[in-house]
Write a protein that binds this ligand. Structure first.
Ligand SMILES: Cc1cc2nc3c(=O)[nH]c(=O)nc-3n(C[C@H](O)[C@H](O)[C@H](O)COP(=O)(O)OP(=O)(O)OC[C@H]3O[C@@H](n4cnc5c(N)ncnc54)[C@H](O)[C@@H]3O)c2cc1C
Length: 386
């Protein structure tokens, strides 16, 4: 619809074709097999999806945030798990590009661009994910190393990610607490155990794990950017990307749910006519399409603000809040429209209904998004209309 350059639109179209050709026909079987989608991840690597945020000299030209959002939505339209498998990776790539030392960039970004090395971020702890400043995982300086202790939970892709951007305290006594928080670039090795794969409602195929750090020795040059105490601010910037990504995942799920419901409502008949002609069903479809269109605009609005380099936590928060809530509603209404079949595991709509809640909870819950939006409204003196 004209928001992207011809080249970037071609990238989105390529991913769309991949999803329609490879993913859509087989996704239901793969979902219920519980297997890791190795083949599709390899194809995503070949398509360059892991390098979308990595610029020269380490990668090729990165795409704009609006293009990245629409690529994410396309993947998620096929299977939300595929978009999840590249979400944290992109956030870490952007963190490295924005804040990494040249040595860190040279070490990680070339392999991240191809997907040979994949990355995830570890923020959440068993004791809490919303109140990050209260985290207990800490790294104490001993001679020329940090020694890391603590645990993280719900870490996506943790087994298969060779690089973990670990948010932890390097100065637990710092006041305010965020000044004592750093991002450590951690690789698997002695002292780090992936202790558990967490069973879950949806987001199948991609592992969500608990990590235990037990006296893990990490070199001091693993601090993102080289200077400790800056990690909280760095990660908050990273989460702008993360929240636009999660909003786009929700958009993909909602798009898929509407497409299935629209098709079904034309095929299925009751009382002598296609069910979409019953006003109640038609109204569902109209509301679903209207809300999806609004959500898409909110995502593009946040993505365009991101591109200007300005702070966009409020815009990303609005996009994530609104799109995830409407995705849940759209998924439920798609189940309604399918009647009993909507409850069947033979149809895709039950998967949308199980996948949608993750985007409400993940990357900062929607209650936290509202806190961010309200705080920014006060700080900025209301909505910026310029
Ligand atoms: C499948 C999956 C994958 C995930 N992947 C990752 C990952 O890769 N990396 C990672 O670090 N984390 C990941 N997470 C964790 C996710 O980000 C957290 O679950 C989320 O941030 C909430 O943290 P919590 O679960 O500890 O809930 P809590 O912080 O305990 O919150 C519980 C409830 O209290 C509410 N609440 C808390 N504080 C406030 C407040 N100040 N105001 C209003 N309401 C509040 C919350 O909104 C929520 O409703 C993942 C989670 C899931 C389910």
């Amino acid at each position: 619809m004209g928001v992207l350059s011809t080249e970037e639109q071609a990238v989105v179209d390529t991913v769309r074709d991949f999803v329609d050709r490879e993913v859509k026909p087989a996704v239901n079987e793969v979902e219920h097999s519980g297997e890791y989608p190795e083949k599709w991840i390899e194809q995503m690597k070949e398509l360059g999806i892991y390098g979308l945020a990595v610029p020269e000299p380490w990668g090729e030209a990165p795409v704009s945030m609006p293009c990245y959002a629409l690529v994410t939505a396309e993947l998620s339209r096929g299977w939300m798990s595929l978009a999840g498998a590249m979400g944290g990776h992109t956030v870490v790539a952007k963190l490295l590009v924005a804040f990494g030392t040249r040595e860190q960039q040279d070490r990680y970004l070339p392999r991240m661009a191809t997907g040979e090395l994949r990355a995830t971020m570890a923020l959440t702890e068993p004791g809490g994910g919303s109140d990050l400043q209260a985290m207990s995982t800490h790294a104490s300086l001993q001679d020329d190393h940090y020694v890391v202790n603590g645990s993280k939970t719900w870490i996506s892709n943790a087994r298969r990610s060779g690089l973990i951007a670990l948010l932890c305290k390097t100065d637990p006594a710092a006041e305010p607490a965020h000044r004592g928080i750093s991002v450590l670039l951690v690789e698997h090795g002695p002292g780090l155990t992936v202790s558990k794969d967490l069973p879950k409602l949806g987001y199948k195929g991609v592992e969500s794990c608990e990590l235990i750090f037990d006296d893990m020795r990490v070199p001091t040059d693993a601090v993102l950017g080289g200077t400790p105490g800056k990690g909280f601010g760095q990660m908050m910037k990273g989460l702008e990307t993360g929240r636009i990504q999660v909003a786009s995942r929700a958009l993909g799920v909602a798009d898929a749910a509407l497409a299935d419901a629209l098709r079904y409502a034309q095929d299925r008949e009751s009382f002598g006519k296609p069910i979409w002609q019953h006003q109640s069903v038609g109204n569902y479809l109209a509301d679903m399409a209207t809300k999806i269109t609004a959500a898409r605009q909110l995502i593009l609005h946040a993505a365009e603000k991101y591109e200007t380099g300005q702070r966009c936590d409020m815009e990303a928060g609005m996009a994530k809040l609104f799109t995830s809530e409407i995705a849940m509603e759209v998924a439920l209404n798609a189940v309604r429209i399918h009647g009993g079949y909507g409850y069947s595991t033979e149809f895709d709509v039950e998967r949308y209904f199980r996948d949608a809640p993750l985007m409400i909870v993940g990357e900062g819950t929607n209650e936290i998004q509202r806190n961010v939006i309200a705080a920014q409204l006060v700080k900025r003196g209301g909505l910026d209309r310029s």
